[in-house]
Ligand binder design. Structure first.
Ligand code: HEC
Ligand code: HEC
Ligand code: HEC
Ligand code: HEC
Ligand code: HEC
Ligand code: HEC
Length: 349
């Protein structure tokens, strides 16, 4: 692998499954193995062809998780036959709900098909033949990001879930509630501690999974293995010459999420601690920022075989668009210039 290719480390296309913010942390916390359904399995498309959904978006799946758990009193007998997991219909829209005037309320505040769909007589059509690409399919569409449609009625604010990695309030004080998502109790902030001492709620190799996927981006899965001797040697050499950094492995010596990522933003741990060392070009509450790359097509071609293999494995396509990292967050070392990668890989041999 050549030096100029080192920063190719783009997230997996979201088709891999729902992203973290689509799952309500209050529900999943550390439920032993929350198995998020893919949007497709739920029959919803939340703009999968959008490789990196905009920040603050992506909550549709989460709403849908709620929808699946709706009490049966919602299932009214006179509800027409609808596609599985479809939004509820034929109910009264509460006065408290502000509906975007884009969606016509022609029969008082009853939630009927034409409120959302602009295709005439959609209820009389063969559902399989309804053209979802038709801009009239959802009024005001097309919506590359489905939740933008949901927020025509649902209050966006209320459905935001906190980024628990944003651990400091406006005064710069730590938000203790956030610590206990992962630690049984808030650890002492200015002392390096062993994994036993910091009392994590789950083993490090599964700690992140309830909220994130095991494969949140391309390459994450391949990395969760015990390093080859070559990589072991490289990592050891790097850490010996860089005592200011940690790249922790699991108890059984495998690479895991926190090998590359720090869970804490700057300012939580004492600066002197190697665990506090991180790339700080981005803001934790904004997440990493990417930009379009002129190499996108070349790189997509490069990855075609792998993406096709994934598609066969999961029985659905994996759209992919490479974008270059611009600003990084929660990384122990910058990746955009290859520093993180070089800690374990010797690219130019
Ligand atoms: C609250 C808004 C809303 C109402 C009211 C509504 N729908 Fe939908 N409908 C949606 C959304 C959202 C989707 C999913 C869009 C997607 O997956 O991209 C959808 C999907 C569909 C689809 C396509 C399903 C598929 O996956 O192929 C059909 C057909 C459909 N609706 C029919 C109806 C009919 C018939 C009614 C009235 C009985 C109705 N809808 C009322 C919001 C609504
Ligand atoms: C035309 C307005 C409208 C649109 C657009 C709309 N909804 Fe709803 N939705 C409602 C109404 C009305 C209810 C029932 C009243 C309530 O629960 O507040 C509801 C209830 C729900 C519920 C039940 C849980 C709850 O909060 O009460 C879920 C989940 C939900 N919607 C998800 C979605 C998703 C996902 C989308 C986008 C794909 C969407 N809605 C788009 C009007 C809308
Ligand atoms: C998303 C999970 C998560 C959250 C939330 C979290 N931590 Fe941690 N914390 C970890 C993990 C994993 C480690 C071990 C790896 C490391 O040190 O980076 C750790 C290590 C630590 C350490 C030991 C550092 C060292 O040098 O050994 C301290 C101190 C700490 N956390 C404090 C906090 C405080 C204070 C909060 C709340 C503001 C918090 N953590 C929130 C996951 C988390
Ligand atoms: C309780 C839920 C929860 C847990 C546990 C959790 N995260 Fe997150 N994480 C989030 C949320 C929410 C975001 C905000 C972005 C989003 O919604 O996709 C986020 C974002 C991130 C980001 C993107 C950078 C950013 O600034 O937004 C990284 C990297 C990350 N988490 C790593 C981890 C790692 C590593 C662990 C395990 C040590 C972990 N997370 C555990 C909820 C969680
Ligand atoms: C070999 C290093 C490495 C490993 C292992 C790794 N990541 Fe990442 N991750 C990255 C890089 C590089 C980025 C992109 C730049 C950034 O985060 O600023 C990234 C990005 C992310 C993002 C942000 C995606 C976005 O665009 O919003 C999340 C969330 C994330 N990783 C979670 C995880 C989780 C969870 C694991 C473990 C299952 C994991 N990562 C394993 C290196 C790694
Ligand atoms: C903590 C060490 C570590 C870091 C940091 C790291 N890797 Fe890796 N990487 C591994 C291990 C372990 C493997 C599995 C193969 C092995 O052990 O030789 C691997 C494998 C790979 C592979 C090849 C997979 C294959 O099938 O041959 C690529 C590509 C790769 N890493 C790229 C990167 C990039 C890009 C970065 C920086 C964003 C990075 N790695 C950071 C440890 C690391």
């Amino acid at each position: 692998m050549r030096g100029n290719r080192m920063n190719r480390f783009p997230p997996l296309p979201p088709g891999e499954g729902p992203r973290v913010r689509e799952i309500n942390s209050r529900f999943c916390r550390f439920g032993p193995s929350f198995q998020p359904l893919s949007q497709r399995e739920r029959g919803f498309n939340t703009g999968q062809n959008q490789p990196f959904p905009a920040r603050g978006g992506g909550y549709a799946g989460w709403l849908i998780v709620l929808a699946l758990a709706l009490p049966s009193s919602y299932a009214r007998e006179d509800t027409p036959k609808l596609p599985p997991h479809h939004h509820l219909v034929e109910i009264k829209i509460p006065e408290t709900m502000e509906v975007n005037p884009l969606l016509p309320l022609k029969t008082g505040r009853k939630l009927e098909c034409p409120v959302c769909h602009g295709i005439e007589d959609i209820d009389e059509k063969d559902f399989d033949k309804v053209d979802k690409q038709d801009p009239r399919f959802l009024r005001g569409g097309p919506y590359p990001d489905l939740q933008a449609f949901c927020f025509n009625c649902h209050d966006e604010e209320k459905h935001q879930r906190p980024n628990i990695h944003a651990m400091l309030d406006e005064q710069g004080e730590i938000i203790e509630d956030h610590c206990t998502y992962c630690h049984q109790e808030k650890p002492d902030r200015d002392k390096a501690q062993s994994l036993q001492e910091i009392k994590l709620r789950a083993p490090v190799d599964t700690l992140c999974w309830g909220c994130h996927l095991k494969t949140p981006h391309l390459n994450a899965a391949e990395h969760q293995v015990e390093p080859s001797d070559k990589v072991k040697e490289q990592r050891k050499r790097f850490l010996e010459t860089h005592p200011e950094v940690i790249l922790p492995l699991t108890e059984d010596g495998k690479v895991t999420c926190i090998t590359c990522h720090t869970p804490h933003p700057p300012g939580v741990l004492d600066d002197k601690l190697p665990a506090a060392h991180q790339a700080t070009s981005g803001k934790v509450d904004e997440g990493p920022v990417y930009e379009d790359s002129p190499w996108a097509a070349t790189i997509a071609a490069d990855k075609r075989e792998r993406l096709e293999a994934l598609a066969r494995k999961y029985g659905r396509p994996f759209p992919f668009r490479y974008r270059q990292i611009q600003r990084e967050t929660l990384l122990r070392l910058p990746a955009k210039d290859g520093q993180l990668c070089r800690a374990c890989h010797a690219f130019d041999e």
